[in-house]
Design a protein around this ligand. Structure first.
Ligand SMILES: [Zn+2]
Length: 119
């Protein structure tokens, strides 16, 4: 079970954008097809998240056919590593560590600071 999901409010805890908050737009999991082994191997270095309004890069988008609507210099969010962000607890409004607990027989995420159910 993952600690950070699409739609969560997160805070950046290191790097240029330290302190910035935003909603998670996309979670990129570090799974890739293994080169030597059959099946998939894990690359933790590629566990990244895209956060709305954080880590904006200018991209020079060349027009390719009519399907690309945005061309020229466009601004888009670049993914940042998942270890550089912390979840913001909806109850105590702080960047917190995430634990897991059970509500009935359903596994849920809980705030390690105030103990509130996050899901
Ligand atoms: Zn909390």
């Amino acid at each position: 079970m993952q600690k950070i999901k699409v739609g969560d409010l997160v805070q950046v805890i290191s790097g240029n954008e330290k302190g910035a908050r935003g909603e998670v737009k996309e979670v990129i999991r570090g799974w890739r097809v293994g080169r030597f082994k059959a099946g998939r191997t894990r690359n933790p270095n590629a566990d990244r998240v895209v956060i709305t309004g954080v880590n904006i890069r200018k991209k020079h988008q060349r027009p390719v056919s009519q399907t690309r609507t945005q061309t020229g210099i466009i601004e888009m969010e670049a993914p940042i590593h998942i270890s550089n962000v912390m979840l913001v607890c909806p109850t105590c409004k702080e960047a917190v560590r995430v634990g897991f607990g059970f509500e009935g027989d359903k596994k849920v995420r809980v705030c390690k600071r105030c103990g509130a159910n996050i899901d």
